[in-house]
Design a binder for this molecule. Structure first.
Ligand code: GLP
Length: 248
């Protein structure tokens, strides 16, 4: 496990974007696993800028996103397909056929999960997977007490996650209760993982996840067992982290 400490959000975005750009430069046909949320937005902005000004090309890149809300279609402004289109895909030279996200409107959820797992397998697995971290330590939408052995599945979102997501919806009724997510198994099979955390309030959670007890109660803790994990985070103030977990 490697830790990269960023001085602020811009620095964090630069570090994350550099790792992704390096992956694409070394292997233009890379399979990237991508995340949504506020954390990766700055990195996506930089990748778009490097595409426009420095010739970074996505023409051979394939992408698989981590998750998608169940019940939201691609035109819904809060769907993750919409987010990816507007923050990255439509702004670089990636082929739409090479961008993959679970179908939030799938009629048969079991079939959709199987389809997504087969797709990841057919692509040859994920070269580089970008992860954010939920308030409760979730990765993708693998909520606390998830089974570590699961591949893509339909997850029931916990009250903590519903509360965190409520800021994006005007009424509580609109907040999706379920979401498709790559499972922990799919995540752990990625060849390189970046865990990006910009929120200083999550410093304690990161510390517990990266140095504490490995347990489904804190889904991100499984990442300690990954052979090629890079944690990129804004350097926490010492009071943000419990004594046992202060960065060395
Ligand atoms: C959602 C996504 C996660 C993401 C998390 C953190 O829950 N399913 O994949 O990591 O949000 O979001 P943010 O980056 O806004 O803190």
């Amino acid at each position: 496990m490697q830790h990269l400490f960023a001085s602020d959000y811009d620095d964090l975005s630069h570090k994350v974007a550099s790792l992704i750009a390096a992956q694409i430069t070394l292997k233009p046909e890379s399979v990237l696993g991508l995340a949504t949320g506020s954390t990766p937005m700055g990195a996506y902005r930089l990748l778009v800028q490097w595409h426009r000004c420095a010739g970074l090309s996505f023409s051979k890149v394939r992408t698989v996103n981590l998750d998608e809300y169940c019940g939201l279609g691609p035109d819904h402004p809060q769907s993750y397909r919409y987010y990816m289109q507007h923050n990255l895909f439509s702004l670089v030279d990636i082929s739409p056929d090479n961008t993959h996200i679970p179908n939030g409107l799938a009629e048969d959820p079991d079939e959709e999960c199987k389809r997504y797992d087969h797709l990841i397998c057919d692509l040859g697995g994920i070269d580089l997977l970008l992860l954010g971290l939920g308030d409760n330590g979730h990765i993708g939408f693998n909520e606390p007490d998830c089974l570590f052995g699961l591949s893509t599945h339909l997850a029931h979102l916990t009250p903590c996650t519903l509360k965190a997501n409520s800021r994006f919806f005007s009424t509580p009724e609109e907040i999706p209760r379920q979401a498709y997510t790559m499972g922990i198994r799919s995540i752990m099979e990625a060849r390189h993982i970046i865990l990006a955390v910009s929120d200083r309030n999550r410093a304690g959670t990161v510390a517990a996840a990266t140095r504490g007890f490995i347990s489904p109660e804190l889904p991100a803790s499984i990442l300690q067992l990954h052979p090629n994990l890079t944690v990129v985070m804004t350097k926490p103030d010492s009071e943000d982290v419990p004594d046992d977990f202060r960065p060395r």
